[in-house]
Design a protein around this ligand. Sequence first.
Ligand SMILES: [Zn+2]
Length: 412
Amino acid sequence: MRTDFDAELEERLLRYTAIDTQSDEASDSQPSTAIQLNLSRLLEQELTAIGAKDVRLTDYGAVLATIPATAPDAPTIGFLAHVDTAPQFNATGVKPRVHRAWDGSAITYPDAPDLVLSPETSAYLGTKTGDDIVTASGATLLGADDKAGVAIVMTAARHLLANPAIPHGKIRIAFTPDEEVGRGVDPRLPKDLDADFAYTLDGGKLGEIEYESFSADGATVTIKGVSIHPGWAKGKLVNALHLAAKIVQTLPQATMTPETTEGREGFLHVYEMSGGAAEARIKLILRDFELDSLAAKGALLQQVCAAVQAGEPRAQIACEIRPQYRNMRYWLEKDMTPVDLARAACREIGVDPVSVPIRGGTDGSRLTEMGVPCPNVFTGMQEIHGPLEWISVQDMAAATKVCLRLMELAAP
Ligand SMILES: [Zn+2]
Protein backbone atom coordinates (compact mmCIF):
# COMPACT_ATOMS: atom_id res chain seq x y z
CA MET A 1 0.00 0.00 0.00
CA ARG A 2 1.33 3.42 -0.97
CA THR A 3 1.49 5.76 2.01
CA ASP A 4 2.37 9.43 2.56
CA PHE A 5 5.85 10.34 1.34
CA ASP A 6 6.33 7.13 -0.68
CA ALA A 7 6.38 8.77 -4.11
CA GLU A 8 8.76 11.53 -3.05
CA LEU A 9 11.12 9.18 -1.21
CA GLU A 10 11.25 6.78 -4.14
CA GLU A 11 11.83 9.56 -6.65
CA ARG A 12 14.65 11.03 -4.56
CA LEU A 13 16.24 7.62 -3.91
CA LEU A 14 16.28 6.75 -7.62
CA ARG A 15 17.80 10.10 -8.56
CA TYR A 16 20.44 10.13 -5.81
CA THR A 17 21.53 6.50 -6.24
CA ALA A 18 22.10 7.02 -9.98
CA ILE A 19 24.85 9.55 -9.12
CA ASP A 20 28.21 7.84 -8.47
CA THR A 21 29.60 9.09 -5.15
CA GLN A 22 31.99 6.31 -4.18
CA SER A 23 34.64 7.33 -1.64
CA ASP A 24 38.27 6.15 -1.74
CA GLU A 25 40.28 5.13 1.31
CA ALA A 26 43.59 5.54 -0.54
CA SER A 27 42.97 9.19 -1.40
CA ASP A 28 44.34 11.98 0.78
CA SER A 29 42.08 14.69 -0.61
CA GLN A 30 39.02 16.04 1.17
CA PRO A 31 36.51 14.83 0.22
CA SER A 32 38.35 11.67 -0.81
CA THR A 33 36.74 11.76 -4.28
CA ALA A 34 35.57 14.86 -6.15
CA ILE A 35 32.58 12.97 -7.60
CA GLN A 36 30.90 13.09 -4.19
CA LEU A 37 30.51 16.83 -4.74
CA ASN A 38 28.19 16.14 -7.70
CA LEU A 39 25.55 15.03 -5.23
CA SER A 40 26.56 17.55 -2.55
CA ARG A 41 26.10 20.45 -4.99
CA LEU A 42 22.75 19.08 -6.12
CA LEU A 43 21.59 18.85 -2.50
CA GLU A 44 22.80 22.39 -1.89
CA GLN A 45 20.58 23.57 -4.79
CA GLU A 46 17.61 21.47 -3.71
CA LEU A 47 17.80 22.69 -0.10
CA THR A 48 17.84 26.28 -1.34
CA ALA A 49 14.91 25.57 -3.67
CA ILE A 50 12.71 24.16 -0.88
CA GLY A 51 13.39 27.24 1.25
CA ALA A 52 16.02 26.03 3.74
CA LYS A 53 18.21 28.75 5.29
CA ASP A 54 22.00 29.10 5.78
CA VAL A 55 22.60 26.59 2.99
CA ARG A 56 26.30 26.10 2.35
CA LEU A 57 28.79 23.58 1.09
CA THR A 58 31.78 23.68 3.46
CA ASP A 59 35.34 23.42 2.24
CA TYR A 60 35.49 19.97 3.89
CA GLY A 61 32.65 18.84 1.64
CA ALA A 62 29.63 18.82 3.99
CA VAL A 63 26.34 20.43 2.96
CA LEU A 64 24.80 22.29 5.89
CA ALA A 65 21.37 23.91 6.17
CA THR A 66 18.85 25.21 8.69
CA ILE A 67 15.11 24.85 9.00
CA PRO A 68 14.14 27.76 11.25
CA ALA A 69 12.23 26.98 14.46
CA THR A 70 8.45 27.32 14.54
CA ALA A 71 8.32 26.65 18.30
CA PRO A 72 10.47 28.66 20.69
CA ASP A 73 12.39 26.95 23.51
CA ALA A 74 12.67 23.64 21.67
CA PRO A 75 16.14 22.12 21.37
CA THR A 76 18.11 22.38 18.13
CA ILE A 77 18.17 18.94 16.51
CA GLY A 78 20.58 17.85 13.81
CA PHE A 79 19.89 15.27 11.08
CA LEU A 80 22.78 13.70 9.22
CA ALA A 81 23.20 11.37 6.29
CA HIS A 82 26.29 10.58 4.21
CA VAL A 83 26.50 11.12 0.46
CA ASP A 84 29.30 8.63 -0.27
CA THR A 85 28.91 4.96 -1.12
CA ALA A 86 31.16 2.09 -0.06
CA PRO A 87 34.45 1.45 -1.91
CA GLN A 88 34.07 -2.35 -1.51
CA PHE A 89 31.94 -2.92 -4.62
CA ASN A 90 31.36 -1.36 -8.03
CA ALA A 91 29.30 1.81 -7.61
CA THR A 92 29.61 3.22 -11.13
CA GLY A 93 26.53 3.14 -13.34
CA VAL A 94 23.93 2.29 -10.70
CA LYS A 95 20.62 1.44 -12.39
CA PRO A 96 18.02 1.34 -9.63
CA ARG A 97 14.96 -0.85 -10.21
CA VAL A 98 11.62 -0.66 -8.43
CA HIS A 99 9.77 -3.90 -7.72
CA ARG A 100 6.38 -2.25 -7.25
CA ALA A 101 4.10 -3.94 -4.70
CA TRP A 102 6.59 -6.81 -4.60
CA ASP A 103 4.77 -10.17 -4.76
CA GLY A 104 7.16 -12.20 -2.60
CA SER A 105 8.83 -14.09 -5.44
CA ALA A 106 12.61 -14.29 -5.96
CA ILE A 107 14.18 -11.13 -7.40
CA THR A 108 16.62 -11.62 -10.29
CA TYR A 109 19.02 -9.18 -11.93
CA PRO A 110 19.42 -8.24 -15.61
CA ASP A 111 23.17 -7.59 -15.24
CA ALA A 112 23.99 -10.70 -13.16
CA PRO A 113 21.97 -13.75 -14.26
CA ASP A 114 23.21 -15.91 -11.36
CA LEU A 115 22.29 -13.46 -8.65
CA VAL A 116 19.07 -14.04 -6.68
CA LEU A 117 17.52 -12.15 -3.79
CA SER A 118 14.78 -14.08 -2.04
CA PRO A 119 13.10 -14.55 1.33
CA GLU A 120 15.05 -17.83 1.67
CA THR A 121 18.34 -15.98 1.93
CA SER A 122 16.97 -12.75 3.40
CA ALA A 123 14.37 -13.39 6.09
CA TYR A 124 13.68 -9.68 6.52
CA LEU A 125 12.75 -9.39 2.84
CA GLY A 126 10.15 -12.08 3.51
CA THR A 127 8.33 -9.63 5.80
CA LYS A 128 8.02 -7.01 3.02
CA THR A 129 5.50 -8.55 0.62
CA GLY A 130 3.42 -5.78 -0.91
CA ASP A 131 6.10 -3.12 -0.36
CA ASP A 132 7.87 -1.27 -3.13
CA ILE A 133 11.35 -2.83 -3.11
CA VAL A 134 14.27 -1.02 -4.74
CA THR A 135 17.35 -2.95 -5.90
CA ALA A 136 20.24 -2.30 -8.26
CA SER A 137 20.69 -4.19 -11.55
CA GLY A 138 23.29 -6.75 -10.44
CA ALA A 139 26.42 -4.96 -11.66
CA THR A 140 26.67 -2.47 -8.80
CA LEU A 141 25.69 -1.85 -5.23
CA LEU A 142 22.52 0.23 -4.84
CA GLY A 143 23.81 2.94 -2.52
CA ALA A 144 20.69 3.08 -0.34
CA ASP A 145 23.53 3.30 2.20
CA ASP A 146 23.17 6.15 2.66
CA LYS A 147 21.13 7.84 -0.06
CA ALA A 148 18.04 6.47 1.68
CA GLY A 149 19.12 8.62 4.63
CA VAL A 150 19.63 11.61 2.34
CA ALA A 151 16.19 11.09 0.76
CA ILE A 152 14.53 10.76 4.19
CA VAL A 153 16.12 13.97 5.54
CA MET A 154 15.31 15.89 2.32
CA THR A 155 11.70 14.69 2.34
CA ALA A 156 11.21 15.56 6.02
CA ALA A 157 12.81 18.98 5.42
CA ARG A 158 10.60 19.71 2.40
CA HIS A 159 7.52 18.69 4.40
CA LEU A 160 8.40 20.92 7.39
CA LEU A 161 9.17 23.93 5.21
CA ALA A 162 5.87 23.49 3.36
CA ASN A 163 3.92 23.15 6.62
CA PRO A 164 5.08 25.89 9.01
CA ALA A 165 2.18 25.16 11.38
CA ILE A 166 4.01 22.04 12.57
CA PRO A 167 5.73 22.99 15.85
CA HIS A 168 9.45 22.17 16.01
CA GLY A 169 12.70 23.69 17.17
CA LYS A 170 15.55 24.74 14.92
CA ILE A 171 16.61 21.88 12.66
CA ARG A 172 20.16 21.57 11.37
CA ILE A 173 20.91 19.35 8.40
CA ALA A 174 24.30 17.92 7.42
CA PHE A 175 25.07 15.76 4.40
CA THR A 176 28.62 14.54 4.92
CA PRO A 177 31.18 12.90 2.61
CA ASP A 178 33.51 9.96 3.31
CA GLU A 179 31.62 8.12 6.03
CA GLU A 180 32.51 4.80 4.41
CA VAL A 181 36.24 5.52 4.70
CA GLY A 182 35.93 6.65 8.32
CA ARG A 183 36.45 10.33 7.63
CA GLY A 184 32.90 11.64 7.75
CA VAL A 185 33.28 13.87 10.77
CA ASP A 186 35.63 16.76 10.18
CA PRO A 187 36.84 18.39 13.42
CA ARG A 188 34.91 21.54 12.40
CA LEU A 189 31.58 19.72 11.97
CA PRO A 190 30.34 19.68 15.62
CA LYS A 191 30.68 23.47 15.91
CA ASP A 192 29.30 24.11 12.42
CA LEU A 193 26.35 21.81 13.07
CA ASP A 194 25.64 23.63 16.35
CA ALA A 195 22.89 21.24 17.50
CA ASP A 196 21.94 20.16 21.02
CA PHE A 197 21.79 16.61 19.77
CA ALA A 198 21.50 14.89 16.40
CA TYR A 199 20.63 11.71 14.55
CA THR A 200 22.32 9.87 11.75
CA LEU A 201 19.84 8.31 9.31
CA ASP A 202 22.12 5.39 8.52
CA GLY A 203 20.55 2.34 10.15
CA GLY A 204 18.94 -0.86 8.88
CA LYS A 205 15.73 -2.59 9.84
CA LEU A 206 12.44 -0.87 10.63
CA GLY A 207 12.39 0.33 14.24
CA GLU A 208 16.13 0.19 14.92
CA ILE A 209 17.26 3.05 17.15
CA GLU A 210 20.93 2.47 17.90
CA TYR A 211 22.97 4.14 20.60
CA GLU A 212 25.78 1.64 21.09
CA SER A 213 28.65 1.22 18.67
CA PHE A 214 31.96 -0.57 18.95
CA SER A 215 34.91 1.14 20.54
CA ALA A 216 37.60 0.87 17.91
CA ASP A 217 41.38 0.97 17.67
CA GLY A 218 43.59 0.49 14.64
CA ALA A 219 47.01 -1.20 14.83
CA THR A 220 50.03 -1.38 12.56
CA VAL A 221 52.82 -3.86 13.23
CA THR A 222 56.06 -3.10 11.41
CA ILE A 223 58.70 -5.82 11.17
CA LYS A 224 62.21 -4.95 10.03
CA GLY A 225 64.31 -7.97 9.21
CA VAL A 226 67.96 -8.17 8.11
CA SER A 227 68.35 -8.13 4.35
CA ILE A 228 71.27 -10.03 2.78
CA HIS A 229 71.86 -11.56 -0.67
CA PRO A 230 70.20 -14.99 -0.30
CA GLY A 231 73.25 -16.73 -1.70
CA TRP A 232 75.40 -15.57 1.22
CA ALA A 233 72.69 -15.35 3.83
CA LYS A 234 73.45 -18.29 6.10
CA GLY A 235 73.21 -17.24 9.73
CA LYS A 236 72.65 -13.61 8.74
CA LEU A 237 69.37 -13.06 6.91
CA VAL A 238 66.34 -12.36 9.10
CA ASN A 239 63.21 -12.69 6.97
CA ALA A 240 60.53 -10.18 7.96
CA LEU A 241 57.86 -12.20 6.13
CA HIS A 242 58.47 -15.28 8.29
CA LEU A 243 58.19 -13.15 11.42
CA ALA A 244 55.00 -11.48 10.14
CA ALA A 245 53.53 -14.91 9.43
CA LYS A 246 54.51 -16.05 12.92
CA ILE A 247 52.74 -13.09 14.51
CA VAL A 248 49.56 -13.73 12.53
CA GLN A 249 49.78 -17.46 13.29
CA THR A 250 50.18 -16.78 17.02
CA LEU A 251 47.14 -14.50 17.24
CA PRO A 252 43.82 -16.14 18.19
CA GLN A 253 42.07 -17.73 15.20
CA ALA A 254 39.42 -20.05 16.62
CA THR A 255 38.12 -17.19 18.75
CA MET A 256 38.26 -13.37 18.87
CA THR A 257 38.08 -12.96 15.07
CA PRO A 258 35.19 -11.35 13.14
CA GLU A 259 34.22 -14.75 11.72
CA THR A 260 33.97 -16.39 15.17
CA THR A 261 32.21 -13.62 17.12
CA GLU A 262 28.78 -11.99 17.27
CA GLY A 263 26.52 -9.96 19.54
CA ARG A 264 28.55 -8.21 22.22
CA GLU A 265 31.83 -10.05 21.55
CA GLY A 266 34.80 -8.06 20.32
CA PHE A 267 37.58 -9.13 17.97
CA LEU A 268 41.06 -8.65 16.57
CA HIS A 269 41.03 -8.61 12.77
CA VAL A 270 44.12 -8.88 10.55
CA TYR A 271 43.01 -7.16 7.35
CA GLU A 272 46.22 -6.50 5.46
CA MET A 273 49.76 -7.88 5.17
CA SER A 274 52.31 -6.34 2.90
CA GLY A 275 56.03 -6.05 2.38
CA GLY A 276 59.02 -8.22 1.58
CA ALA A 277 61.82 -10.14 3.27
CA ALA A 278 63.49 -6.92 4.45
CA GLU A 279 60.43 -5.24 5.90
CA ALA A 280 56.83 -6.27 6.36
CA ARG A 281 53.71 -4.67 7.74
CA ILE A 282 50.55 -6.09 9.28
CA LYS A 283 47.43 -3.98 9.68
CA LEU A 284 44.72 -4.86 12.17
CA ILE A 285 41.56 -3.48 13.65
CA LEU A 286 40.60 -4.06 17.28
CA ARG A 287 36.94 -3.88 18.29
CA ASP A 288 35.01 -4.23 21.52
CA PHE A 289 31.99 -2.68 23.21
CA GLU A 290 33.91 -2.15 26.45
CA LEU A 291 37.10 -0.12 26.78
CA ASP A 292 38.82 -2.51 29.22
CA SER A 293 38.27 -5.48 26.89
CA LEU A 294 39.47 -3.35 23.97
CA ALA A 295 42.63 -2.52 25.92
CA ALA A 296 43.08 -6.25 26.69
CA LYS A 297 43.03 -7.01 22.96
CA GLY A 298 45.69 -4.37 22.41
CA ALA A 299 47.77 -5.88 25.21
CA LEU A 300 47.42 -9.34 23.68
CA LEU A 301 48.68 -8.05 20.33
CA GLN A 302 51.62 -6.34 22.07
CA GLN A 303 52.44 -9.59 23.91
CA VAL A 304 52.44 -11.62 20.71
CA CYS A 305 54.75 -9.08 19.06
CA ALA A 306 57.03 -9.10 22.11
CA ALA A 307 57.19 -12.89 22.12
CA VAL A 308 58.15 -13.06 18.43
CA GLN A 309 60.67 -10.26 19.00
CA ALA A 310 62.19 -12.19 21.91
CA GLY A 311 62.69 -15.18 19.62
CA GLU A 312 64.58 -13.07 17.05
CA PRO A 313 66.45 -10.18 18.70
CA ARG A 314 68.06 -9.14 15.39
CA ALA A 315 64.66 -8.06 14.01
CA GLN A 316 62.91 -4.85 14.97
CA ILE A 317 59.23 -5.27 15.65
CA ALA A 318 57.13 -2.21 16.43
CA CYS A 319 53.43 -2.29 17.28
CA GLU A 320 51.54 0.97 17.10
CA ILE A 321 47.93 1.13 18.34
CA ARG A 322 45.80 4.22 17.78
CA PRO A 323 42.22 5.06 18.80
CA GLN A 324 39.63 5.27 15.99
CA TYR A 325 36.24 5.83 17.63
CA ARG A 326 34.45 5.09 20.88
CA ASN A 327 31.16 3.49 21.91
CA MET A 328 28.63 6.33 21.92
CA ARG A 329 26.83 4.69 24.84
CA TYR A 330 29.44 6.18 27.23
CA TRP A 331 28.01 9.62 26.55
CA LEU A 332 24.39 8.81 25.70
CA GLU A 333 23.73 6.81 28.87
CA LYS A 334 24.33 10.00 30.86
CA ASP A 335 21.37 11.60 29.08
CA MET A 336 19.11 9.30 27.12
CA THR A 337 16.81 12.10 25.91
CA PRO A 338 17.74 11.75 22.20
CA VAL A 339 17.30 7.97 22.34
CA ASP A 340 14.05 8.15 24.31
CA LEU A 341 12.60 10.72 21.88
CA ALA A 342 13.33 8.51 18.88
CA ARG A 343 11.92 5.45 20.61
CA ALA A 344 8.76 7.33 21.63
CA ALA A 345 8.36 8.62 18.05
CA CYS A 346 8.64 5.03 16.79
CA ARG A 347 5.94 3.80 19.13
CA GLU A 348 3.65 6.65 18.13
CA ILE A 349 3.76 5.61 14.49
CA GLY A 350 3.04 2.02 15.49
CA VAL A 351 6.54 0.56 15.22
CA ASP A 352 8.29 -1.26 18.09
CA PRO A 353 11.69 0.35 18.66
CA VAL A 354 14.65 -2.01 18.96
CA SER A 355 18.14 -1.09 20.10
CA VAL A 356 20.86 -3.54 19.15
CA PRO A 357 24.55 -2.74 19.56
CA ILE A 358 26.13 -1.80 16.22
CA ARG A 359 29.09 -4.04 15.34
CA GLY A 360 30.77 -1.08 13.73
CA GLY A 361 30.84 2.68 14.03
CA THR A 362 28.83 5.53 12.58
CA ASP A 363 29.53 9.20 12.06
CA GLY A 364 27.42 9.50 15.22
CA SER A 365 30.06 7.62 17.23
CA ARG A 366 32.60 10.33 16.45
CA LEU A 367 30.11 13.16 16.75
CA THR A 368 28.91 11.93 20.16
CA GLU A 369 32.50 11.72 21.39
CA MET A 370 33.00 15.29 20.15
CA GLY A 371 30.06 16.64 22.15
CA VAL A 372 26.97 16.21 19.97
CA PRO A 373 25.01 13.16 21.21
CA CYS A 374 23.99 11.32 18.05
CA PRO A 375 22.10 8.01 17.96
CA ASN A 376 21.44 6.21 14.68
CA VAL A 377 17.95 5.79 13.19
CA PHE A 378 16.85 3.06 10.76
CA THR A 379 16.31 3.75 7.06
CA GLY A 380 15.42 0.22 5.91
CA MET A 381 18.63 -0.44 3.95
CA GLN A 382 19.66 -4.10 3.75
CA GLU A 383 22.54 -6.27 2.35
CA ILE A 384 24.56 -3.10 1.95
CA HIS A 385 27.95 -2.77 0.21
CA GLY A 386 27.17 -5.42 -2.40
CA PRO A 387 25.02 -6.22 -5.44
CA LEU A 388 22.11 -7.59 -3.36
CA GLU A 389 21.57 -4.28 -1.56
CA TRP A 390 17.86 -3.44 -1.34
CA ILE A 391 15.41 -1.24 0.52
CA SER A 392 11.67 -0.95 1.05
CA VAL A 393 10.23 2.47 0.21
CA GLN A 394 7.68 1.93 2.98
CA ASP A 395 10.48 1.49 5.56
CA MET A 396 11.91 4.81 4.38
CA ALA A 397 8.48 6.39 4.85
CA ALA A 398 8.33 5.07 8.42
CA ALA A 399 11.77 6.58 9.11
CA THR A 400 10.59 9.92 7.72
CA LYS A 401 7.60 9.84 10.06
CA VAL A 402 9.83 9.00 13.03
CA CYS A 403 11.98 12.08 12.27
CA LEU A 404 8.93 14.34 11.99
CA ARG A 405 7.27 12.91 15.07
CA LEU A 406 10.34 13.21 17.28
CA MET A 407 10.78 16.88 16.33
CA GLU A 408 7.24 17.53 17.46
CA LEU A 409 7.75 15.55 20.66
CA ALA A 410 10.86 17.62 21.43
CA ALA A 411 8.92 20.90 21.06
CA PRO A 412 7.35 21.83 24.42
ZN1 LIG B 1 26.12 4.17 5.84
